[in-house]
Design a protein around this ligand. Structure first.
Ligand code: GSH
Length: 239
């Protein structure tokens, strides 16, 4: 049977996609890029829904093992492709692995959830973020900053970068795209700079996507402003 590379369905302007992309790179997985343009609703096309009924990216198809949910994909890639040299990214020892899992679940259920909740109106409609949800985001960033402070180690789970750092970095740097400053969180800010500086694939996998989201949000805001101005003028002529 011919050996097939892993199909990677993704969109660069998506933080969970960027986390999986960095993971594919660090484990040197042979993958085939399949861009799914969310702005053209390509994820809602029948062929994609057949592959992933939840129509989300990232999704992978690894010789008919079809997976979605970025962190589950990252764990699978580590389980399948980690070598002696890269096992530190997802340690095998239960105690060490549990620390990474804890942060991956924190990322999904608390941090990234808070980002999506607060910025939902801005990302989808160019509206201001939902002020009622800002406390949720601030609390998540506070927690993260505190974890780093009490951890007393350079990375989220110890002396080395793990999948947790990759996933959380992708989530936090979505805030760069949304122009939300986290500079006041000292330990968090230093950790972001450290991981960006020491992880070889951040620039390659994230810079373009972060810029895409920033530009898209600006466009939505400008369109909305134009629309509101048009409606204001129309209401004045009616009077
Ligand atoms: N928890 C999922 C979230 C995936 C997700 O919501 N992806 C967005 C892009 S950031 C998406 O595909 N949205 C399109 C849709 O839900 O139809 C993960 O981590 O993979």
């Amino acid at each position: 049977m011919a050996w097939l590379s892993t199909e990677f369905y993704f969109y660069k302007g998506s933080a969970p996609c960027r986390a999986v992309w960095m993971t594919l790179k660090i484990f040197k997985v042979d993958y085939e890029e399949k861009i799914v343009d969310l702005l053209k609703a390509e994820n809602k096309r029948p062929w994609f829904i057949r592959l992933n009924p939840q129509h989300t990216v990232p999704t992978i198809n690894d010789s008919s093992v079809v997976l979605w949910e970025s962190r589950a994909i990252m764990m699978y890639l580590a389980n399948k492709h980690a070598t002696e040299e890269t096992q530190y990214l997802y340690p095998k020892e239960p105690e060490e692995r549990a620390k990474v899992d804890r942060m991956l679940f924190f990322d999904m259920g608390t941090l990234y959830h808070a980002i999506k909740e607060y910025f939902g109106p801005k990302i989808h409609q160019g509206l201001p973020p939902d002020p009622e949800k800002e406390n949720l985001l601030k609390q998540s960033l506070d927690y993260l900053d505190h974890f780093l402070e009490i951890g007393g180690v350079p990375y989220l789970c110890g002396e080395k970068i793990t999948l947790a750092d990759i996933a959380v970095l992708a989530s936090v740097t979505e805030l760069d795209a949304l122009e939300y400053s986290y500079k006041c969180y000292g330990d968090l800010n230093r950790w972001v700079e450290r991981v960006k500086g020491n992880f070889p694939y951040y620039k390659e996998c994230c810079d373009e996507g972060v810029a895409m989201t920033r530009a898209r949000v600006k466009q939505l805001e400008a369109d909305l402003k134009k629309q509101m101005e048009k409606e204001r003028k129309a209401s004045l002529t009616k009077k």
